[in-house]
Design a protein around this ligand. Structure first.
Ligand SMILES: C[S@@+](CC[C@H](N)C(=O)[O-])C[C@H]1O[C@@H](n2cnc3c(N)ncnc32)[C@H](O)[C@@H]1O
Length: 408
């Protein structure tokens, strides 16, 4: 008896749910997980008619659904295949219950780049471990926001909030329900609205979209220019390919000028082929959605970040699949004001050790030669990651003439 058919897709496989279970079929329909032929034989003929109809529906399955399902399970039972050994500062783990520590699916430690007083945003906060570490580092004058789109993970992160914050001595953490590639839309608000305004027609969908836009503009989940440091631990790779550009633009939008992103993620040494990208286990397992290493850095540059720096790169790959090495890296990137439009009124001098270095906008700084920069770039160079590399020249404000055409 066909009890319930609630989700079907066709993309190198079929997935169906009935009798409360989800089952997968291969392209030929012959194989399924957990469902043998005898059981198929017992199903009524209409069922197979329906399969026929479904098989003509060639809409691609989104990787998002796979990620949601995988991490919903991972919030219930520890999934060792998702774990990548990371050692965090033990001082900060004392206040955190074992369940949260065990359900750690990170691949690095971006919390090292958080400072007292920071407003921190953790993208894909999972069980909340980095948020609770961050809470202790920023102190009571700082604030920590974790975003995740997985209700069971959010429930786990919130489960111990009271006991943890009692131990820490302050509660400056909040967890938000939403997608990290759309930090404007608060899904909690959307859900509340949908309860009162269920979608039953195309017109309803239009109204929903209008509401989504209105809350995004009037009360975004994360406001523009509001965050000192974005951290993320093994999440960016999970975002759908078509949304990755928007993800980096959103990160740039929410950071304050002078703010920074400290991102630990898995990258690959070569481009991941389509057959691996289409594999839901590899994708949701933080493998096949990984950026190729150079493309990862370029994604920051394209979104307008500067000072993009590899802070940590594991020499040993976390996994090698089909000859491709997947390893953990931690990258820092910074947001400045749009200095390119500004006039060059300052000079800096690059100290070396390279003969010349080039910034994200293509400006070359020769070792030992004064270079004209805008006020914003000059200010940025007095902080990380440049402080040890350049001398900010104290001048009367006249930029060096030989470099005026190359101002940055
Ligand atoms: C590999 S786990 C990492 C969790 C956590 N950062 C840690 O260190 O344990 C990935 C987390 O990101 C969440 N996630 C994946 N894609 C997301 C998206 N597009 N928007 C929001 N959260 C996402 C998942 O629900 C899951 O909790």
């Amino acid at each position: 008896m066909l009890a319930r058919l609630n989700r079907v897709y066709f993309h190198q496989r079929l997935s169906i749910s009935f009798s409360g279970c989800r089952h997968r079929l291969g392209l030929d329909g012959g194989q399924s997980d957990g469902l043998n032929n005898t059981k198929w034989d017992g199903l009524p003929p209409e069922f197979f008619n329906f399969i026929q109809v479904i098989r003509m529906d060639t809409r691609p399955q989104t990787t998002e659904q796979d990620v949601l399902e995988r991490y919903a399970s991972a919030s219930e039972a520890v999934q060792p295949s998702l774990c990548c050994a990371v050692s965090y500062d033990p001082r900060y783990l004392e206040a955190i219950p074992q369940e949260i520590i065990d359900k750690d699916y990170g691949c690095g430690d971006p919390s090292q780049f958080i400072r007292p007083g920071d407003v921190v945003l953790d993208l894909g906060s999972g069980s909340g471990k980095i948020c609770y570490i961050a809470s202790q580092i920023v102190g009571k004058n700082g604030r920590v926001i974790g975003v995740d789109f997985n209700p069971p993970m959010l429930a786990l992160a919130r489960k111990y909030q009271r006991s943890i914050t009692t131990k820490i001595g302050w509660d400056n953490v909040s967890f938000r329900y939403g997608k990290i590639q759309d930090l404007q839309t608060d899904y909690e608000k959307l859900d509340a609205w949908l309860k009162v305004n269920p979608v039953a027609s195309a017109l309803d969908m239009q109204t929903l979209e209008q509401y989504r836009q209105t809350i995004g503009e009037d009360s975004p989940m994360i406001a523009s220019d509001s965050v000192d440091v974005i951290v993320s631990n093994c999440v960016l790779n999970l975002v759908q390919t078509q949304d990755k550009g928007q993800l980096f633009r959103e990160m740039h939008r929410v950071l304050k000028v002078g703010g920074r992103a400290a991102i630990s993620d898995i990258v690959s040494d070569r481009d991941v082929p389509q057959n691996m990208r289409d594999n839901p286990e590899l994708w949701s397992g933080c493998i096949s959605g990984a950026f190729q290493e150079r493309a990862f850095l370029r994604a920051f540059e394209e979104a307008g970040f500067y000072g993009v720096t590899i802070e940590k790169r594991e020499e040993d790959p976390w996994q090698v699949v089909e000859g491709i090495a997947f390893r953990s890296v931690t990258v820092m990137a910074y947001k400045s004001s749009d200095s390119r439009k500004e006039e060059c009124t300052r000079n800096i001098l690059y100290k070396g050790p390279w003969a010349c270095v080039t910034d994200e906008a293509g400006h070359c700084f020769e070792r030992g030669v004064p270079s004209a920069v805008s006020e914003a770039a000059y200010q940025a160079m007095q902080a990380q990651p440049y402080t040890d590399q350049v001398v900010c020249l104290v001048t009367d404000g006249t930029p060096s003439p030989q470099k005026k055409d190359r101002c940055c």
